[in-house]
Design a protein around this ligand. Structure first.
Ligand SMILES: [Zn+2]
Length: 182
């Protein structure tokens, strides 16, 4: 696993680049409002995740890993590298049909903590670069567009950020059943 994923390399691709992102984020939200800034931040995170996936694909050992290993290893290393608490509650992947579902939690999201410090608590989730990064990374490896969505966020005063992820179109039977429950 270490031959493919390396925490020092990963640092260069993570969207959470500290002060620079925080400053940029504040200006974007102040100038554009939260809804429009969300689009920019999501795309930025998505590109980071997509670029990181492309970087891993160039490694010889890439093809020795399963999709599940690529997703779990990335979550684990992201947690260590960005000091983010990540727990994956559920991960279902069908490598043949590309059916996909995942669900889990982030704790101590830098985006949420910074947003609360600057703008205070509110009613909407705000971890846009995080969901973008995860979506770009998973979609690239899976070969199918997967969207991550927060159903809870520390910014709202929730105890953690709780995300669910599924493909945009063409849900398989298992995902259709799950989607109906959400
Ligand atoms: Zn959040």
């Amino acid at each position: 696993m270490g031959k493919v994923l390396d925490s020092n390399e990963m640092m260069k691709f993570l969207p959470e680049s500290g002060q620079i992102l925080n400053t940029l984020r504040n200006h974007l939200i102040s100038a554009l409002g939260l809804d429009r800034a969300k689009g920019f931040l999501l795309r930025y995170g998505w590109d980071c995740g997509n670029n990181f996936s492309n970087h891993l694909r160039m490694k010889d050992a890439y093809h020795t890993l399963t999709l599940k290993e690529l997703f779990i290893a990335c979550s684990h290393m992201h947690g260590i590298t960005a000091d983010l608490g990540i727990s994956v509650k559920e991960l279902y992947i069908d490598p043949v049909t590309k059916d996909y579902y995942s669900e889990g939690y982030w704790k101590h999201s830098q985006e949420a903590e910074h947003h609360i410090a600057t703008f205070g608590l509110s009613s909407d989730p705000v971890c846009f670069t995080l969901i973008g990064f995860a979506g770009g990374y998973v979609s690239n490896h899976l070969g199918r567009k997967v969207i991550f969505k927060e159903v809870e966020c520390e910014r709202k005063g929730d105890p953690h950020c709780h995300w669910i992820a599924k493909p945009v179109l063409g849900l398989g039977r298992r995902n259709r059943k799950r989607a109906a429950l959400l």
